[in-house]
Design a protein around this ligand. Structure first.
Ligand SMILES: Nc1ncnc2c1ncn2[C@@H]1O[C@H](COP(=O)(O)OP(=O)(O)O)[C@@H](O)[C@H]1O
Ligand SMILES: [Mg+2]
Length: 397
């Protein structure tokens, strides 16, 4: 059918035509934010899940919904190589400038902006990557100690006071939090702990790979009590089918139950795959309705497309030994594996592979679901590894 009207949107962070099956999580975020706005106790939310389950688009949706309800939001994404204060400062500035435009919140927001100036100047020594426009002179003693843990706390307190003046809240939406260095995570946790104790309307809604939970716990042992860690997983059958059928019908076409059934089986409800299969099923169909055989013809193309994008970008960032490590895991199947088993596939000592495993965890390729276990952070990555490294040459040292 006409590719121009194809509604599907495979791609990291691309908003789907239908955000299916996430009503409960959206409601959880709404309740948490509205409680914090009213000065009621409420936990920050950190959504954890594998690659491609839809954390980023959910975060963006929650943010849009929060903005619509009149909250002040900040959106950051932690890259692998930049500091948290550097990514936070410019976004916080924008939110504070908005707060400073309203009469009721002007004074408090300007104070927070002075805090931001002190924060940036004092921390620049340690975090050279901080670049932020300064609108006011710093206020001596306000967030300008040069110590992240202290200064972030003071800054978020000042920002929270401004939001409270406006009977609103400041919501920080942070993606890829697993990449934030542990000392910086610790500072963020402490700052949020402090604002929560004072019932200031400041909240973090974050997302990250499954290793985030453990990282938070290591950064501050009380983090587990301070945050909720809802899991974002594959879509249940009904939601996965709706994610395909609704956009098709909204575009004036139709799809058979048999076709939806195969899409669910092939994708196992993983949102990224659902989009990819939806897209190629649409393209394979000559006319409406899209049938099971259209889906089957589209499958091979969907897999090839994933190999070239979703899987490939991750694979290309690996060293030869990292690739072999993942290939050995794939040999053992899709689930979690013991380090010893992976090492024996490669005929190596476990300890000699320790650094490789650690590198793969820090690149976000694998995580440890429980002590000594290793699993992929990308769904169906095992099958991809077998496709891209077929045979068993990779076993040779
Ligand atoms: N609830 C959903 N229903 C349908 N498609 C979704 C849903 N969530 C995400 N997607 C699609 O899945 C893909 C991956 O989403 P993304 O938010 O980038 O995942 P993550 O951040 O977890 O890696 C995107 O193409 C997006 O449109
Ligand atoms: Mg994402």
């Amino acid at each position: 059918m006409d590719p121009i009207s194809n509604p599907f949107a495979p791609g990291a962070g691309s908003p789907p035509p239908e955000l299916a099956g996430r009503e409960e999580l959206r409601e959880t975020a709404r309740i948490a934010l509205e409680r914090v706005r009213r000065g009621l106790p409420s936990k920050s939310i950190l959504m954890v899940g594998l690659r491609g389950v839809g954390k980023t688009v959910l975060l963006d949706r929650m943010r849009a919904e929060a903005e619509q309800r009149g909250l002040y939001t900040v959106r950051v994404e932690a890259p692998e190589d930049r500091s948290l204060p550097a990514i936070l400062a410019p976004e916080l500035r924008v939110a504070l400038l908005r707060l400073s435009r309203t009469e009721r919140t002007k004074d408090a927001a300007q104070r927070a902006l002075r805090g931001l100036a002190g924060f940036a100047k004092a921390l620049k020594v340690k975090y050279h990557d901080i670049e932020v426009g300064l609108d006011f002179e710093p206020e001596a003693g306000l967030a300008d100690n040069g110590d992240l843990e202290h200064d972030l706390q003071a800054l978020l307190e000042a920002a929270g006071q401004a939001a409270r003046q406006g009977q609103s809240a400041l919501a920080i939406f942070a993606d890829e939090l697993q990449y934030v260095a542990e000392d910086q995570l610790a500072a963020l946790i402490t700052a949020l702990h402090r604002t929560a104790q004072q019932r200031l309307p400041v909240m973090l809604i974050g997302a990250g790979l499954p290793q985030l939970r453990g990282r938070m716990g290591r950064a501050k042992s009380y983090a587990e009590r301070l945050f909720d860690f809802p899991e974002v997983g594959p879509l249940p059958e009904e939601a996965a089918k709706l994610a395909v059928s609704k956009p098709v019908r909204d575009a004036g076409a139709d799809i058979t139950d048999g076709a939806l059934e195969i899409i669910f089986q092939e994708t196992r409800g993983y949102p990224y795959f659902v989009q990819e299969w939806g897209k190629h099923a649409w393209e394979s169909a000559a006319a409406s309705p899209i049938t099971a055989s259209d889906v089957q013809r589209g499958s091979a193309i969907a897999i090839a497309a994933l190999d070239e994008s979703f899987f490939r970008v991750r694979f290309d960032r690996l060293t030869p030994l990292e690739k072999r490590y993942l290939r050995a895991m794939a040999e053992l199947g899709p689930d979690a594996h013991r380090s010893g088993d992976i090492a024996s596939v490669l005929r190596r000592e476990v300890t000699s592979l320790g650094p490789t495993r650690a590198q793969l965890i820090s690149k976000g390729m694998i995580y440890s679901p429980s002590h000594g276990d290793t699993a992929f952070t990308v769904p169906l990555f095992d099958a991809f590894m077998r496709r891209i490294m077929p045979g068993d040459d990779w076993k040779k040292n």
